[in-house]
Write a protein that binds this ligand. Sequence first.
Ligand code: FAD
Ligand code: NAP
Length: 339
Amino acid sequence: MTLQLQENLSLKPYNTFGVEVSARWFAQAHDDAEVREGLATAAGKGLPLMVIGGGSNLLLTRDVEALVLRMASRGARILSDDGVRVVVEAEAGEVWDDFVRWTLEQGLGGLENLSLIPGTVGAAPMQNIGAYGVEIKDVFVSLTALDRQSGELREFDLGECAFAYRESRFKREPERWLILRVRFSLSRAPQLRLDYGPVRQRLAEEGGDTPTPADVSRVIRAIRREKLPDPAILGNAGSFFKNPVVTAGEADALRARFSDLVAYPQGDGQVKLAAGWLIDRAGWKGFRDGAVGVHAQQALVLVNYGGATGAQLYALAGRIREDIRQRFGVDLEMEPNLY
Ligand code: FAD
Ligand code: NAP
């Protein structure tokens, strides 16, 4: 196929905040050849290339003077199956949640806790996506990426990805690697991860003795639909801030002042604070200023009520961050990728 280029295209449909900015050039890559064509075209025009998937982890604050390449490659397949462990591979442009559903249809467990996360397979390793006690690093095998500097393909195994909480090597080296396909090790006899209270509780209410991965997925989908705003209705990029990790001493000092502090020991002397609790406790939940606000059910989610600019969203985030620093002495780090 040949890349179809569009000039000065609105990116509003391509970012879940629904922010109106334009791309100098835009194209969709359906296979490796079109990815290479995109890189060559951008170089020929003297422009950078910006790769996107579903645009669900982006905050766009200005027009993008680049060739925006949206990954649209599709396909998922089983690579090996020993009757219990099954290695699967998916193309970068595959919709993440379609892929999760496909793995469940194959009778495979491992990705059920990551149900209904928006975006693409190729972007999932960028921040080692996680939810309800599971991160992709828990089931990751390897990925294939194109080195944008040398043009060569490179395979990365788990140890080479530097996965951490909402972090990876690929996020730290943003202009270097273009992820083409990702492989996961799933199981026909999975160990379910039911650490998060609402999941366990919802399953208990249903009364089944032995939940399956499909049950966990269904329950998590229901919880997420109730709690999180649908970007098709209310623009957002999910959690706007990462949960801050502090020392046990800092957490104790905060608990002395706020007995209802929500905090989770990490087992390494560090403690994870729930950023949503901090923002809620500071009174921001449900706050609205014109077109931007903080979601009424989930204080971690900033929303675009319609017509907001990226700069307005970023300014609101700055106000929240400063307030949290002053009240709690805690620094919040932004999660979405800023342009
Ligand atoms: P994009 O937003 O398009 O891109 C994100 C970054 O990855 C950009 O820097 C982009 O340049 C880069 N990128 C994209 N594709 C590639 C590629 N193929 N190769 C190299 N770089 C690439 N995240 C979680 O971790 N857990 C959640 O539970 C969760 N829930 C969410 C709920 C909602 C309602 C929303 C809106 C977002 C949520 N997110 C969550 C955030 C987001 O969905 C994930 O980070 C997702 O992986 C982003 O995928 P994307 O395809 O939309 O990436
Ligand atoms: P929640 O269940 O209300 O919990 C609030 C916070 O406490 C979460 O951030 C979670 O941390 C932490 N937490 C809860 N139970 C925990 C446990 N048993 N052990 C360790 N930490 C625990 O959270 P929520 O906002 O409804 O989100 C549910 C899950 O979906 C979370 O895992 C969250 O990260 C994920 N999610 C992510 C995004 C995103 O954009 N990144 C958006 C929506 C939901 P963790 O966040 O570290 O899990």
